[in-house]
Design a protein around this ligand. Structure first.
Ligand SMILES: [Zn+2]
Length: 132
């Protein structure tokens, strides 16, 4: 089973092209343990495990933290594409979130130069064509 976490940017992020509020963010860079993270709060605010499997909810939630940088994604807007965002922590707390565009795109360590160019081109087409 492939697990992930839920993420709630606060304030919410809007699609830079269609201006929809983007919800239902998920990510695999954190603990991937069906936790819900809310921007501005150090520890997860919820989990999806049955009550009987977690003896002490507070200490369970407080046993997790986020990496200093992580990627989240959603497909919930009129653009009909997966949208990614970067999260950034300060002192272990998620403080910033920004939608990924061709301006701020950062290739991952496994991204080839060719893939990087394709991803940048795709982001640029999305931002420039539909925002006109
Ligand atoms: Zn959109």
């Amino acid at each position: 089973m492939s697990l992930f976490d839920h993420y709630i940017p606060d304030p919410p992020l809007r699609c830079p092209v269609c201006d929809s509020v983007l919800e239902d963010w998920q990510g695999k860079d954190g603990p991937c343990f069906l936790l819900t993270w809310r921007q501005g709060i150090k520890f997860p605010v919820a989990h999806e495990w049955p009550d009987e499997s977690v003896s002490d909810t507070k200490s369970f939630l407080e046993s997790w933290t986020l990496p200093s940088r992580f990627v989240i994604y959603t497909d919930g807007c009129r653009c009909d594409r997966q949208i990614e965002a970067y999260g950034t922590c300060e002192n272990g707390v998620w403080m910033f979130a920004e939608v990924v565009t061709h301006f701020n795109y950062r290739p991952g360590s496994l991204t080839s130069a060719q893939d990087e160019q394709q991803i940048r081109d795709d982001l640029k087409r999305w931002i420039e064509n539909e925002s006109r």
